[in-house]
Design a protein around this ligand. Structure first.
Ligand code: HEM
Length: 352
């Protein structure tokens, strides 16, 4: 990759400021005459990659994000005698992936339009196409980025967030690029696709004093297992999924409502379905707590699912597990909307 990128490279842009400086010249039609087949070449390279391994759609999105605290293709550069590049920076080493996909696309683009299209633009298009191929929204990618001729491992280490970053570190890393905490939260929605290594989140689950104790007790409970009901209620997942599909078909918002129901359940003494309990003579429950009253919704959906599950496997499955599965299924069912918010932020702050 270093060769192709250096061949094309004109200038290095290692900060968003310098990226912003050329933004005025970016245009979606930048290559319309010089490389008319660019979009279809990138799209077909990404389709091949995602057909081979779906995760590659996510991996290329992350590659773009890690390049895009500069958007100059510098992440693609191998180390040389004169610089140590970004590939082996802490947040990238043994983690960022998909370089070979961009290499293959770049070769195809070079065959069609030699010395014309920057690696940075190919990466920007490939990230968009990856999101679309995973079921997300499309967006227009402004083009005309120029490739870096150099890269800096230490800049990558200080510019990129790592799994060990604290909240205040994350906020200031994004703030340095003109993005606020709200932007960061929206962009983090990208984590609805892809995978992470255990090493990236283990320390957050165990012994992390900054995490709400009941929350991680809930997710780290040694007895939890995805196969918990495999023998006792084998149809559980399909029962929940089909009821959630019906609910979301009836009202698209329900996917979001159930996700929030789950979140509000989990933050009060753990993910134990206590939010579903009506008041009794002996306790006043959570339903009418201030953040929930006239706001949290979707109880009837969980009731319906619980009835269906009870018919299939009486007295076996907890409501807490039903809410957890329903929240996951709701997110999957409305994933197009989540992708839309990612699209908006990428388009406004990174893609342009
Ligand atoms: C808020 C700061 C962020 C942090 C601390 C962070 C951290 C991480 C970590 C630790 C992983 C797992 C890496 C591994 O285990 O190898 C990961 C994966 C991922 N990240 Fe982020 N990330 C952040 C923001 C973003 C943003 C803004 C995007 C894109 C818009 C993004 C897209 C992804 C994707 C798609 C994956 C999965 C990649 C794959 O499956 O190969 N991340 N992130």
């Amino acid at each position: 990759m270093a060769k192709f990128c250096n061949d094309f490279a004109v200038l290095g842009f290692l900060s968003l400021l310098s990226c912003a400086a050329i933004n005025a010249q970016l245009s979606p039609t930048f290559y319309s005459s010089s490389c008319p087949n660019l979009h279809s070449i990138v799209r077909s390279g990404m389709a091949q990659a995602v057909n081979r391994e779906r995760r590659l759609g996510a991996s290329i999105l992350r590659l773009f994000f890690h390049d895009c605290f500069g958007c100059d293709g510098s992440i693609l550069l191998d180390d040389t005698a004169t610089f140590t590049g970004e590939k082996n920076a802490g947040p990238n080493a043994n983690s960022v992936r998909g370089f070979e996909v961009i290499d293959a696309i770049k070769s195809n683009v070079e065959a069609a339009c030699p010395g014309t299209v920057s690696c940075a633009d190919i990466l920007a298009l490939a990230a968009r196409d990856g999101v679309v191929l995973l079921g997300g929204q499309t967006w227009t990618v402004p083009l005309g980025r120029r490739d870096a001729t150099t890269a800096s491992q230490s800049a990558a280490n200080s510019n990129l967030a790592s799994s060990a970053s604290s909240l205040s570190q994350l906020i200031s890393i994004f703030a340095a690029k003109g993005l606020n905490a709200r932007d960061m939260t929206a962009l983090s929605g990208a984590h609805t696709v892809g995978q992470a290594r255990c090493v990236s989140f283990r320390s957050r689950i165990y012994n992390d004093a900054k995490t709400n104790a009941s929350f991680f007790a809930c997710i780290a409970n040694g007895q939890l297992s995805p196969g918990f009901y495999r023998r006792t209620c084998p149809t559980l997942e399909s029962t929940v999924k089909s009821a959630m599909t019906q609910a979301v078909n009836n009202e698209h918002r329900m996917g979001a409502s159930i996700l929030r129901l789950f979140f509000h359940d989990c933050f009060v003494n753990g993910c134990d379905a206590s939010i579903l309990l009506d008041d009794t003579a002996t306790f006043t429950g959570e339903k009418n707590a201030r953040p929930n009253a006239k706001s949290v919704r979707g109880y009837e959906v969980i009731d319906t699912i619980k009835s269906n599950v009870e018919s299939a496997c009486p007295g076996v499955v907890s409501c807490a597990d039903i809410v957890a599965l329903a929240a996951r299924d709701g997110v999957v069912l409305v994933s197009l909307s989540l992708s839309l918010s990612i699209y908006i932020y990428i388009y406004i702050y990174i893609g342009s």
